[in-house]
Write a protein that binds this ligand. Sequence first.
Ligand SMILES: CC(C)(COP(=O)(O)OP(=O)(O)OC[C@H]1O[C@@H](n2cnc3c(N)ncnc32)[C@H](O)[C@@H]1OP(=O)(O)O)[C@@H](O)C(=O)NCCC(=O)NCCS
Length: 207
Amino acid sequence: MMSGSDLAGPGWGDVFGQAVVLRTARLVLRQVTETDGAGLLDIFGDDRVTGHYAWDTFTSLAQAQALAERTAAQFRQGEAVRWGLVPRGGGRIIGTCGYTRWNQENRFAVIGYDLASAYWRRGLMTEAVTAVLRFGFGRMTLNRVEATVHAGNTASAELLSRLGFTCEGRLRGRVLHRGAFHDVDMFGITRADWLAGDPAREAGRAR
Ligand SMILES: CC(C)(COP(=O)(O)OP(=O)(O)OC[C@H]1O[C@@H](n2cnc3c(N)ncnc32)[C@H](O)[C@@H]1OP(=O)(O)O)[C@@H](O)C(=O)NCCC(=O)NCCS
């Protein structure tokens, strides 16, 4: 029988001790840093993006700069990892994707993502989330990835379903958002689901 330590995965420093850059067909994913304020304002200064978010649409660079600094600090402190999505040709970040929490004891993580609305519906977040899942189930040795989605956030729910997540249930009245309580749907994908989604992943060759 396996003991708990046999099942233990790598720690934060093992995985993120050096910069982790992920590449997809059209994107480079690199850590969000303190320099990303302007890019974050492009993303979150837009009601279409923040419509299902806990915070209000940004109206100033200072708000976006504060988020950039908080995100970079969370990474340094080993609390969360957020990649910025940069088009292959370079420029500002146009979105973000990452793990807002990594529970190492139970080997699950919580994923989050957002994209500037000018880039929606081109398959870009499908690329980014796929890369982040591959890294999660690979290098981070996760057994499960989960996401919570406001009921009614069709774009996010559809994206996750298309990627192989299952909607596991509705958490009623779970979040207080802009003066009202909202239901939230819990989505999850297990390592077994992920491997079943593409035979090449089992052999560790998935791209
Ligand atoms: C959710 C979000 C990241 C999707 O990014 P995207 O790059 O446009 O997604 P993709 O182009 O990869 O879409 C993949 C599939 O998801 C579904 N989808 C995406 N946007 C959709 C929308 N507005 N309505 C319905 N389905 C949608 C479609 O099935 C789509 O495939 P198709 O275009 O071939 O039909 C983007 O809408 C966004 O940033 N929303 C605001 C922030 C947010 O809600 N984040 C998630 C919080 S839980």
